[in-house]
Design a protein around this ligand. Structure first.
Ligand SMILES: Nc1ncnc2c1ncn2[C@@H]1O[C@H](COP(=O)(O)OP(=O)(O)OP(=O)(O)O)[C@@H](O)[C@H]1O
Ligand SMILES: [Mg+2]
Length: 325
């Protein structure tokens, strides 16, 4: 039996009339990234806060490495670290000053605190910015210093609450690399995200939550298979060729091919059982057939299913419907 980093049953948190977390059962294996995927207001941060002992559950149970988050909160606290959606480092201090301060608070002597801080700044590509005040960091640098601060003491379990929301693609990739390094060193990571592709890239398993409940759970492949393999988007050089392109794509893919509002654009929904590979094969056959038919393609993209498509498939409503929360 694999060791469980987190186990919850019927976990509940209520704020006034809002059941922010409404009976959540989770079993998170140790040693990997576990993704918690959901839209704004789904209950991700509330669930993480209960598991990190920052909020007291109103019902149900949760354990971290077998320790109850309420009765053994001190033990749990010694095992976990949290990088919040809203960051916790001191804006007026430099990167180095922040990390050294936290390392000192954790009980490291000054030379050790300096060494550990310098090593983390180096690993996270922040050496050049080490002596600048954090308030002058870019969003991506800021996220990296937050994560660095949370792993000064290597935790058994690290909560990363939307670590890449609002970051540009390059900064996102840097954060993803950092997450992979942390897991390779033996830490279990629970990562909340609004992006299916992020959970797909990093997580071994994903729980999809909506209105405080788990509505689907499984490997990324299982989840995507329940939604379809994504879509192919084509932009033509010449709108006059669109009818021909529709005909060719329909015959090659046998899938739902439809014209977009833009007169040179069309989209084909792929319904492959799984898999990324199958989608790539369909895409290359489609492209070859268009070329053979003399259709000039300006742009061709293979799109992964989005969180919205997952939610539509699972709940019949798009994720963004609840964005007001
Ligand atoms: N301290 C609080 N007091 C009252 N309501 C709260 C509180 N914290 C969260 N809520 C409500 O609980 C629900 C879940 O919020 P939560 O922050 O856990 O969602 P989330 O999934 O983290 O969303 P986001 O992606 O926007 O961070 C929301 O309806 C929110 O308004
Ligand atoms: Mg949140």
């Amino acid at each position: 039996m694999t060791e469980l980093a987190i186990e919850t049953s019927g976990l509940v948190k209520i704020f006034g009339k809002t059941r922010a977390v409404d009976g959540v059962d989770l079993a998170v294996p140790a040693g990997s990234v576990y993704g918690v995927l959901g839209p704004n207001g789904a209950g991700k941060t509330t669930a993480v806060k209960m598991l990190a002992t920052l909020l007291r559950p109103d019902g149900g149970q949760a354990t971290v490495f077998g320790h109850d988050v309420v009765r053994e909160a001190d033990t749990v606290r010694s095992l976990v670290s949290l990088t919040g959606q809203y960051a916790s480092v001191d804006e007026d201090l430099s990167g180095t000053e922040n990390l050294v301060l936290i390392a000192r608070l954790l009980g490291h002597r000054k030379p050790a605190a300096r060494d550990r801080s310098a090593a983390l700044l180096e690993a996270f590509g922040l050496t050049d910015a080490a002596d600048r005040q954090v308030k002058n960091y870019s969003g991506g640098m800021r996220r990296r210093i937050d994560i660095a601060a949370s792993i000064l003491r290597t935790p058994e379990l690290l909560f990363l609450d939307e670590p890449t929301t609002g970051l540009d693609p390059r900064s996102r990739n840097q954060v993803w690399d950092i997450v992979r390094i942390i897991v390779a060193q033996g830490t279990t990571v629970m990562l909340t995200t609004q992006y299916l592709d992020e959970a797909d890239h990093l997580a071994s398993r994903i729980a999809v939550i909506d209105h405080g409940r788990v509505i689907a759970e499984g490997t990324p492949g299982e989840l995507k298979a329940s939604v379809g393999a994504g879509s192919i988007q084509v932009r033509l050089r010449d709108a006059a060729q669109r009818e021909e392109a529709l005909r060719v794509l329909s015959s090659v893919l046998g899938e739902a091919v439809r014209p977009e509002a833009d007169p040179v654009a069309l989209t084909a929904q792929l319904s492959g059982e799984d898999s990324d590979r199958e989608a790539a094969e369909q895409a290359s056959r489609a492209l070859a057939a268009l070329a053979a038919a003399g259709v000039v393609v300006d742009n061709f993209a293979l799109g992964q299913p989005t969180l919205d498509e997952v939610f539509l498939a699972l709940t019949d409503h798009p994720a963004t419907e609840e964005a007001a929360a």
